[in-house]
Write a protein that binds this ligand. Structure first.
Ligand code: NAP
Length: 248
């Protein structure tokens, strides 16, 4: 049976590296994106050129109707899911708490937290033996920010990632008897476009002296850990929060 994986935010950065590596390891991959169809199609083309199978699927993970339609499309075109990577995530520009708006916090939690919970709910309905599924693996993207707190920069993002850690621990126990493993990855400073989206395009170079390994990480270094957690090689690993952060 082919194994089907959905990666939210699979079109760029860590998500794109995860899609490409997972396809190399034999997964059929659904590459989700919210706005940049060209980037998602480019990932699909790279996978197909290497002999793999992939589709792109648009959905804003914070929008329930779009997420339900995405899961339906993936099931129809690729089959039932065995893997979900809750990777879609956003930061915002640097600010102190006393400068932040409710609208900013709502976006931060809608996408980073509720989007992950929503996609996990839909995945469990397909994967859980309780619902007639054959089990699977869910990997949530947290962040080292959940430990560091990100004061003066984006502690709303850090708090959202802290919620992802708690969500991972609870969900892992809730579905462990139903064939589903749930883990989180906490990347450190990784070289992707997310930093430019927060107004700090040089953030990795500027902060790498704070990393014990003295460098930022690559998206593929994070993808390696994600794809391992998805695989049967990690068959007894659940409820783990895995730091991929060069020691930071
Ligand atoms: P990125 O390069 O900015 O890519 C973000 C991806 O998420 C894009 O594919 C984007 O697609 C998608 N996306 C954004 N909002 C979405 C939404 N509402 N619905 C669906 N897709 C959406 O980010 P990244 O650096 O690879 O980060 C990936 C994950 O790792 C995030 O959860 C992030 O918080 C976490 N992380 C990153 C770092 C780091 O240093 N890079 C460190 C710790 C944790 P569109 O372009 O179509 O919007």
């Amino acid at each position: 049976m082919r194994k089907v994986l959905l990666v939210t935010g699979g079109s760029r950065g860590i998500g794109a590296a995860t899609c490409i590596l997972a396809a190399q390891k034999g997964w059929d991959v659904a590459v989700n994106y919210s706005a940049n169809a060209q980037a998602a199609n480019s990932v699909v083309q790279q996978i197909e050129a290497a002999g793999g199978r992939a589709i792109s699927v648009q959905a804003d993970v914070a929008h329930e109707g779009q997420v339900l339609a995405m899961f339906q499309k993936v099931r129809t075109e690729l089959g039932p899911l065995q893997g979900l990577v809750n990777n879609a995530g956003v930061v915002d520009v640097s600010a102190r708490l006393d400068e932040m708006s409710m609208a900013r916090w709502r976006r931060m939690f809608d996408i980073n937290v509720l989007g992950s919970m929503l996609c996990a709910r839909e995945a469990i309905l397909q994967m859980s033996t309780r619902h007639g599924g054959h089990g699977g693996s869910i990997v949530n993207l947290s962040s080292a920010a959940a430990r560091l707190g990100s004061p003066g920069q984006y502690l709303d993002y850090a708090a959202a990632k802290g919620a992802i850690d708690s969500f991972t621990l609870g969900l892992a126990k809730e579905v462990a008897g139903e064939g589903i493993r749930v883990n989180a990855i906490r990347p450190g400073l990784i070289d992707t476009e997310i930093h430019a989206s927060g107004g700090l395009p040089n953030r990795v170079k500027d902060l790498e002296h704070l990393v014990p390994a003295k460098r930022g990480g690559s998206a593929m270094e994070v993808a390696q850990a994600i794809v391992w957690l998805l695989s049967d090689e990690a068959s007894y690993t659940t409820m783990s929060l895995v730091d991929v952060s060069g020691g930071r």
